[in-house]
Write a protein that binds this ligand. Structure first.
Ligand SMILES: *Cc1c(COP(=O)(O)O)cnc(C)c1O
Length: 408
């Protein structure tokens, strides 16, 4: 059966607007489309393919687990889930793990746990959840409401209640709205979708202190920043601030759907038998693949390699910016980098995606004014250099088109 990009408009619900090309094959940090054109992948899904495409460790795990056991339901436990949970608890603050299938589900579990913990421990009045403007926590109705972007949360009727927002990195605003009725504060250490904006150290330690003062749980949404993306296994390590609950997905499965909520024994016990669950959550196939990914990501050479690659990218971006002057700032950490465009290019971030595709490069945006790179943590020097060369050409083409338009 012949299918093309046009088939999308014919049979798919229009909630996405995919690019004109259809990728059909990937290897390392290279992708090929239906026409056989090659692209360097600086998108990595959206910060998902932490080991690139078809990494041998992941391929082996998929194949061997597929030959062994795929699914048994949570009426039984299974070895891959238990091994993955052991490894996650050994290498993080957490003592207990809950598995699900996506970032939104991990956050949904975290929010329900926080509410249940507060109800059990402090009574029904302690139900306020505070999150931050421009935050993103997933697309279920609860998580989209906690996320701080009206474009995603409005237009679906009455929302879940007792959710408030303040500006990110504004500790005074948080302090003003917090009280003993606050049950949880939910924050991304680096806001990903909202523009690749890192929290300051002072902010996150201040949030921790306010949570301690008011007996509220601190939830770090590390769906995008986790699994080695910033050069630490989880970004909280850079900040020296430990949350009560941490959510992980995206890179965790190296491209296979899996999510996890990590917490302490004391907090986790409130999600008691029967309070929450998921049919596919913690299935052996996803967990075996995530375990294989974790075994690679959690090694020192891979984590240290993230900072080295970050420097190569930052040096190349500085050169590009010397020539074209299109970025006001390059921010982020490790291999989650955002380039804020100058006012001249505000609203035009997506033009750069199209120009990059023309040059054989996949990149991301984070809002209308920020370009985003989230390549594989193990991208080769050669692929990285080639991608940066193509990016320079894409920038040149957008700048030339923009200048030509101005002269008209
Ligand atoms: C992508 C993302 C989510 C949602 O994850 P899904 O797997 O799409 O449900 C939640 N939080 C953050 C920070 C994300 O970047």
């Amino acid at each position: 059966m012949q299918v093309t990009r046009a088939t999308f408009d014919e049979v798919m619900i229009p909630n996405y607007a995919p690019a004109a090309i259809v990728p059909v094959k990937g290897q390392g940090s290279r992708v090929w489309d239906q026409e056989g054109r090659e692209y360097i992948d600086f998108a990595g899904g959206i910060a998902v393919n932490c080991l690139g495409h078809c990494h041998p460790a992941i391929v082996d795990a998929v194949k061997s687990q597929a030959d062994t056991l795929w699914h048994v339901s949570n009426i039984w436990t299974n070895e891959p889930a238990l091994r993955l949970a052991k490894k996650l608890t050994e290498k993080t603050f957490a003592e207990k793990v809950y598995f699900c299938n996506s970032g939104a589900e991990a956050n949904e579990a975290a929010l329900k746990l926080a509410r249940r913990w507060a109800l059990d421990e402090h009574g029904a009045d302690k139900n306020q959840i505070i999150a931050f403007n421009q935050g993103f926590h997933g697309r279920t109705f609860f998580t989209v409401t906690v996320g701080g972007q009206a474009a995603y949360s409005d237009g679906f009727g009455p929302k879940p209640g007792a959710i408030d927002h303040v500006d990110f990195n504004d500790l005074a605003a948080l302090e003003a709205i917090m009280s003993d009725k606050t049950c949880a504060v939910v924050v991304e250490p680096i806001q990903g979708e909202g523009g690749v904006t890192p929290a300051t150290k002072a902010f996150l330690s201040g949030v921790r202190a306010l949570c301690d003062k008011h007996n509220a749980l601190l939830v770090f949404d590390e769906v995008q920043t986790g699994a080695g993306r910033t050069g630490a296994l989880y970004a909280y390590e850079h900040y020296g601030v430990t949350p009560d609950i941490l959510t992980s997905a995206k890179g965790l499965g190296g491209g296979i759907p899996i999510g996890a909520m990590l917490t302490t024994t004391e907090v986790g016990k409130h999600l008691a038998f029967g309070t929450h669950g998921s049919t596919y959550g913690g299935n052996p196939l996803a967990c075996a693949v995530a375990e294989a990914a974790f075994d690679v990501i959690s090694t020192e050479p891979v984590l240290a390699g993230v900072a080295k690659r970050e420097q190569v990218i930052r040096d190349a971006l500085a050169k590009i910016n010397d020539e074209f002057g299109i970025f006001t700032e390059v921010r982020g950490k490790g291999l989650l980098l955002g380039m804020e465009l100058t006012p001249d290019y505000h609203g035009k971030a997506r033009d750069f995606i199209a120009a990059a595709v023309e040059q054989g490069l996949m990149i991301l945006v984070a809002g209308a004014n920020v370009l985003r790179f989230a390549p594989a943590l193990v991208i080769s020097d050669e692929e990285l250099q080639l991608g940066l060369d193509r990016f320079a050409k894409a920038v040149a083409s957008v700048v030339n088109a923009n200048n030509a338009q101005k002269e008209d």
